[in-house]
Write a protein that binds this ligand. Structure first.
Ligand code: SF4
Length: 393
């Protein structure tokens, strides 16, 4: 009789990452026949933050639309948009126009910048079967009426989804969705805790793939994958290497290519980042009792992260970067921005001025989702890491 094969954590983690990698590279949405059990359609949403719980409770699979990556051939969108518009807007439009996102029930975008604001209009004109919406999150969350305003916007979205799907979204369904997403929030917090405390156990690229998988699968399936991955990561016995600790900022909307993250991982430990921050926007559990819409709205105001597209006097741009550096005990920062991203470039300037004043080392990088060459960037990162190690020695 064959001896039982011992459980191998590396094999387990590599199986999970393979599944996540496939999900991360997928531009298409599941067809009607491929939808997971319990879902009748898909709801696309654009970065940064979207309350997925509302779509989930409506039986719509929330799909975070993050552009087309560096393999997409642009045939239609370039004829309709200026060449000065960022890549994620252009390639998302291409995916709509070339039929890849044709089967979605709806698409929701946000007025995070001029480019993103106009996507809903392009969508409704070119894909009239889909519900095309702008979800207006408050520009200023520091007013007493902010939570009330967000709750009203969420109720409007809830009513529109009910009308489109013909299915009522009751409070209990919303609370069940909040419960599933609370489990997800806890698992993601643990993933980021390991990144800060034992960065040699999980790289930024691996963490990114684990997080991004939620853009193409139900929260419950993602929870199961994360739980398996975290167990395997905790059991990993990799030695700590001599690498500087850095935080990575600028990945809140358009996504940095995987090859760029791999190049940074080679030379540094990325102990915190803002990549896909919208998927972990609420920083604590959302109350599971009481009015679920109010619970989501109040969490947005009181327990949420920061990004260049949200203005909150309690989270000034310089302060939240300093907070990230301090909490993760980072030696330096990598300040990135997507090409043509106005909010990202504004923030980059403010951050670099502040870090100069504080005498904290940083590296500025620009990226674009359709980049294909990374040698020069890898050399820049390597040189930066070496100078940090030299200064720290
Ligand atoms: S990458 Fe920047 S400019 Fe482009 S949609 Fe996002 S926030 Fe707007």
């Amino acid at each position: 009789m064959n001896a039982p094969v011992p459980y191998d954590h590396e094999i387990e983690l590599s199986n999970v990452l393979e599944r996540c990698n496939a999900a991360a590279r997928e531009n298409a949405i599941p067809s009607q026949d491929e939808l997971p059990e319990g879902f009748s359609g898909t709801l696309g949403h654009f970065p940064v933050y979207f309350p997925e719980e509302i779509a989930h409770a409506a039986g719509l699979l929330p799909v975070n639309i993050l552009g087309g990556g560096n393999k997409l051939e642009m045939k239609h969108a370039d004829a309709r948009m200026g060449s000065f518009v960022c890549s994620i807007c252009r390639s998302t439009t291409e995916l709509g126009l070339n039929g890849t996102l044709q089967g979605m029930t709806g698409f929701v975008t946000h007025p995070i910048c001029d480019a993103a604001k106009h996507l809903a209009g392009i969508w409704s004109r070119n894909l009239p079967d889909q519900l095309a919406q702008i979800l207006y999150l408050p520009q200023n969350v520091n007013t007493p009426g902010a939570a009330r305003y967000i709750a009203a916007e969420y109720q409007r979205l809830r009513a529109d989804l009910e009308k489109k799907t013909g299915r009522a979204i009751d409070d209990e369904a919303l609370r069940n969705s909040i419960r599933s997403y609370n489990v997800n929030r806890r698992l993601l917090r643990e993933l980021y805790r390991i990144r800060r405390d034992e960065p040699w156990k999980v790289s930024c690229t691996e963490s990114y793939l684990l997080l991004r998988a939620r853009t193409r699968m139900p929260c419950e399936e993602h929870n199961a994958l994360l739980a398996r991955a975290l167990d395997a990561i905790r059991h990993r016995s990799l030695p700590a290497q001599d690498k500087p600790r850095v935080v990575f900022v600028g990945g809140f909307c358009e996504q940095p290519p995987l090859e760029m993250l791999e190049a940074i991982d080679e030379a540094c430990y990325v102990v915190d980042d803002d990549i896909l921050v919208g998927l972990r926007w609420l920083t604590d559990d959302v109350p599971e009792t009481g009015d679920p819409i109010w619970a989501l709205a109040e969490s947005y105001v009181e327990r949420s992260d920061a990004s260049p597209v949200q203005h909150d006097a309690r989270k000034m741009k310089e302060d939240y970067l300093m907070d990230m550096l301090k909490k993760s005990k980072a030696d330096a920062a990598i300040l990135t921005a997507a090409k043509f991203c106005e909010p990202g470039l504004d923030e980059q300037l403010a951050w670099s001025k502040h870090l100069d004043a504080e005498n904290i080392p940083y590296l500025v990088l620009e990226f674009e989702e359709k980049m294909t060459s990374f040698e020069q960037m890898a050399m820049q990162v390597e040189t930066f890491a070496e100078s940090l190690l030299f200064a720290l020695a």
